[in-house]
Design a protein around this ligand. Structure first.
Ligand code: ZN
Length: 222
């Protein structure tokens, strides 16, 4: 195994464990990938995170070929689709975090209830339609959603985030879950939630695109 692949695989495993520590993952539901060569490296199917080694991480090519003797996560197809449409992103995270999944059951986007919604790159975090897990139909819905937003909810399922690297994708997943929790808390009090005007969101979106989000591992662990 070359050094780059080894380093990226170690980073995937580290991010899986961090996702658990952040309380974002339920059971073995989540999966994580990074862009690599003409395809991606992704977590395998059915191996608990605390048992993962670099040898378990699977290479899947853009032509949908799996490395021999390894089975990638059942959601490999939508991960690959994310890299196809987000040339600005090299890492993808999926999980069934409780609050985000609760909002997905309500089939609602997360509106601009807080300026941090702009971290997704838009005015809201959209919720894409339901389709069976692992299906081409779900990948099709993900493709449309992730084009518009680096964070999306999947109806009756969970969330996906992407980023320039795993730290940023994981940070965005955590932010999305915090926003989902805020939204649920306010929804419980009143059905109509005040949201920020587009002109205010434009200012924040401009700041994020100009300066970028300053995210490093310390921010995530803070
Ligand atoms: Zn899932």
């Amino acid at each position: 195994m070359n050094l780059l692949r080894k380093n990226l695989s170690e980073k995937i495993i580290e991010s899986c464990l961090e996702m658990v520590r952040l309380g974002l993952n339920q059971g073995t539901a989540g999966n994580i990938s990074v862009r690599y060569n003409d395809g991606m490296l992704i977590t395998p199917s059915g191996v608990p995170y605390d048992k993962l080694t670099v040898d378990h991480i699977v290479y899947v090519s853009n032509e949908h070929e799996f490395e021999e003797g390894k089975i990638p996560s059942s959601e490999w197809l939508f991960h690959l689709i994310c890299y196809e449409v987000r040339v600005d992103c090299d890492a993808v995270i999926h999980n069934h975090a409780i609050n985000s999944t609760a909002i997905s059951i309500l089939n609602k986007p997360i509106p601009a209830i807080h300026y941090m919604v702009a971290a997704s790159g838009g005015y809201e975090i959209p919720c894409v339609s339901y389709a069976t897990f692992g299906s081409p139909k779900l990948a099709e819905y993900v493709k449309e959603g992730i084009k518009k937003s680096k964070a999306i909810l999947l109806q009756h399922h969970g969330m996906i985030t992407c980023g320039e690297n795993l730290d940023k994708a994981l940070w965005l997943a955590h932010e999305t879950e915090v926003l989902a929790e805020l939204y649920l808390k306010t929804l419980a009090i009143q059905p109509e939630i005040p949201v920020l005007e587009n002109n205010e969101m434009d200012i924040v979106l401009g700041k994020f695109s100009t300066y970028g989000l300053r995210v490093d591992t310390d921010d995530i662990k803070a």
